[in-house]
Design a protein around this ligand. Structure first.
Ligand code: SAH
Length: 377
């Protein structure tokens, strides 16, 4: 995504206005025109922006650019789910997934190259962590998906609603709240009516539970929150989601209820991966129900998706149904997430991308000559 000039992709509206005023001596409405071209029409080339004066376009091309990540591969699942691997630089890749359903199209985007949270059941964790994505790299995923979906729709002469993006979820690679600085401006573009104009209930940030950032987000940005709970008590959650050792369940839940109050939100979705014999027993369901009954909470049960080298297995269907029924009996709304795109490794927790682990690089410096900056996978 390198190149000369300022990358306008992902620049918040106010910053774009300042940029056109200070660098180009232009009025703020030029910024609004630019945003329409970039996000609504998917323009990457100033020359295409025909309602801008020729001189202004030439001036723009001197000082600015619109750069998006490059697509390395595209895979389409039997069920219509699409997965793109995007090049972030020479060695790093991330993944973005589009999930079409009859009544909506969900784009699942990544926020980091790899992830440092180290959840024991997640394939991204095994890749290690390399770096945060920039605002342009986050917004660029939506920009590219729009373009690719439009092209796919045109090719099939059937641009049905299922081929367009109605929902955006941060459920790809990475912990979005660990990249707060870039994730929040990206979300502003998603919500902006001159950006992607997605309603705040249709942008979901999923977090493993970074409590201080949940409080911060509550003050700054209005989107739906999903929280990866995965266990009904600290002992088990410490094992599955190590950040719990720093921010235990009671603190996490307090942050969640604060978030709802500050945002005037309806409910928090708690994600719960179903791991056979680990967290899927009736007593876990009852403990979970006691934790969440009467609270503005919805449970989303995710059948575990396997990946090479994992020690976990998916809970049997009967155990998942029973788990849901127990929660429902206690008055806690629980739904089971349908597995999508698993034939192309696009399902929850299967995104691996291409990550060079910096943690390994650092350890490597200490442990030389044994370890090198190995490219995993
Ligand atoms: N870092 C964010 C986004 C993660 S991906 C977070 O932790 O919320 C979205 C969801 O998929 C999370 O709830 C995550 O815990 C879950 N997940 C991770 N690995 C999984 C796997 N192998 N099978 C099913 N779900 C998984």
């Amino acid at each position: 995504m390198a190149g000369k000039g300022v990358n306008l992709l992902g620049l918040p509206r106010a910053e774009l206005e300042t940029f056109v005023a200070e660098r180009l001596g232009a009025k703020p409405f030029r910024a609004r025109q630019l945003m329409k071209w970039i996000y609504r029409r998917g323009a990457a080339d100033f020359e295409a922006m025909t309602d801008l004066a020729r001189d202004f376009r030439a001036q723009l091309a001197e000082v600015a650019r619109i750069s998006v990540p490059e697509i390395v591969t595209e895979q389409v699942s039997r069920d219509g789910t699409r997965k793109w691997m995007l090049r972030m630089d020479e060695t790093q890749g991330i993944e973005t997934v589009f999930i079409p359903e009859p009544d909506r199209g969900t784009l699942c985007i990544s926020s980091q190259v790899g992830c440092a949270m180290d959840c024991s059941f997640c394939s991204t964790a095994q890749q290690g962590f390399n770096r945060n994505l920039s605002v342009a790299e986050i917004v660029g995923q939506v920009w590219l998906a729009h373009r690719e979906l439009a092209a796919a729709g045109a090719a099939q002469a059937d641009p049905s609603p299922a081929r367009s993006i109605t929902n955006i979820v941060f459920m790809g690679m990475g912990e979005p709240l660990a990249n707060y600085r870039n994730v929040v401006p990206a979300m502003r573009i998603f919500l902006d009516d001159l950006g992607y104009d997605v309603s705040r209930r249709r942008v979901t940030l999923s977090t493993s539970g970074l409590v201080p950032q949940i409080y911060k987000l509550a003050q700054e940005c209005n989107v739906a929150l999903a929280v990866s709970l995965h266990a009904p008590n600290d002992e088990l959650r410490n094992e599955l989601v190590p950040i719990n050792r720093k921010h235990p369940i009671s603190e996490l839940l307090a942050a969640c209820w604060h978030y709802l109050e500050a945002q005037n939100g309806r409910s928090i979705t708690f994600e719960y991966v179903m791991l056979a014999g680990i967290n899927d027993k009736p007593e876990h369901a009852r403990e979970l129900a006691r934790l969440l009954a009467g609270k503005p909470a919805k449970l989303n049960l995710i059948p575990f998706n396997g990946f090479p080298g994992t020690r976990y297995r998916r809970s049997p269907a009967a155990a998942i149904l029973n788990f849901r029924d127990i929660l429902n009996e206690y008055g806690v709304i629980a739904t089971i997430r349908r597995t999508r795109g698993d034939d192309i490794d696009a399902a929850c927790g299967q995104l691996a991308g291409r990550v060079t682990d910096r943690t390994l690089v650092r350890l490597g410096a200490k442990l030389a000559p044994v370890s090198t900056a190995a490219e995993i996978r």
